[in-house]
Design a protein around this ligand. Structure first.
Ligand code: C2E
Ligand code: MG
Ligand code: MG
Ligand code: MG
Length: 288
């Protein structure tokens, strides 16, 4: 075990190396276990989606939400997407998982628009690997929306800015196809990746999501607040709508609203909700 390894390593006077390799070994084993369990999870339907409302800060109405995946593991309980999405991406399992996400979300959004909120838009996170091979899977799904009678305005696709920096040509063509069909594109975690303003010029982007690290470290007049304000001004001049992520306090909400930020997402406004709870919220919104 780890203690024994540590002891042995120290005894040999090479403690750091042994300690390090022991950690790598447990990490590796954990990873292998997640890979094995992910395969089972796909076939046994252990995933579900939650929907976090995106609030219009000027009137507190909700017509948008972000779909976020959850994995209910039979023994380990709820596993965070931060702990399994990167592994699913590295192993290619993300393709199958995303197929399920697309189907699940499109089915729900269609029903919700028909029943409760005709201009509801749900945004779906996508992974860089999904843009490889000409984005085959994404474009096939986009093409299928028509026969499923789903309005493209029901969907937004979230990508991170790092994706735009890699594989330029391939990614451009996939994003162009998505936008040509009328599906919105959002840049997620804006400001944390290999950011370059040139892509804001070269791509037609609908939404920028200010990363929660800026929002959460913001106080009256520090750099994070200045960056939030600057992003909001820049986006508005480029005709891009801004969504601030991770709003947890009234002060953050007030500051961002005053700065002209149109939309907000965060625990203060609403938690990610399981589909039945999200549906209840849509019913309440209808009565507003
Ligand atoms: P993201 O796309 O940036 O999603 C926002 C994350 O912030 C979510 O974490 C959400 O629950 C969390 N969040 C929302 N409001 C607050 C707040 O006020 N404070 C704090 N501290 N956090 C807040 P979650 O659901 O754990 O997802 C983490 C990341 O995993 C996502 O970041 C996204 O990159 C990835 N992910 C989640 N679902 C999917 C999916 O269906 N497909 C793919 N490819 N990736 C996903
Ligand atoms: Mg996202
Ligand atoms: Mg993200
Ligand atoms: Mg984000």
């Amino acid at each position: 075990n780890a203690d024994q390894a540590m002891y042995n390593a120290k005894a040999q006077g090479r403690n750091s190396i042994h300690y390090f390799t022991e950690h790598m070994r447990t990490d590796f084993l954990k990873r292998m276990e997640i890979i094995k369990d992910l395969r089972i999870a796909i076939t046994q339907q252990q995933f579900h989606m939650v929907y976090q409302p995106i609030v219009n800060l000027s009137n507190n109405t909700i017509t948008k939400a972000e779909a976020l995946i959850r994995w209910q593991h039979p023994e380990k309980g709820l596993i965070s997407p931060l702990d399994f999405i990167p592994i699913a991406e590295a192993t290619g399992l993300i393709t199958e998982i995303s197929e399920w996400i697309f189907n699940e979300v499109t089915q729900k959004v269609k029903y919700w628009r028909e029943t409760y909120c005709q201009n509801l838009m749900i945004s779906i996170n996508t992974s860089p690997v999904q843009y490889k091979n000409k984005g085959k899977q994404i474009t096939a799904w986009v093409d299928s929306l028509k026969e499923r009678e789903i309005d493209p305005q029901a969907i937004a696709i979230e990508i991170t800015e790092n994706l735009l920096m890699e594989n330029q040509a391939e990614v451009v063509s996939v994003l162009d196809q998505i936008r040509l069909k009328g599906i919105a594109v959002s840049i997620d975690d804006f400001g944390t990746g290999y950011c370059s303003f040139s892509y804001l010029k070269n791509y037609a982007i609908d939404y920028l999501k200010i990363d929660k690290s800026f929002v959460q470290n913001m106080s009256a007049d520090n750099k994070d607040a200045a960056l939030c304000e600057a992003i909001i001004v820049m986006a508005s001049k480029l005709n891009i709508d801004v969504i601030a992520e991770g709003i947890e306090t009234d002060q953050q909400k007030e500051f961002l609203t005053k700065a002209g930020c149109r939309y907000g997402q965060g625990y203060l406004l609403a938690m990610p909700l399981v589909k039945d709870d999200f549906e209840q919220l849509l019913i309440k919104e209808q009565k507003k």
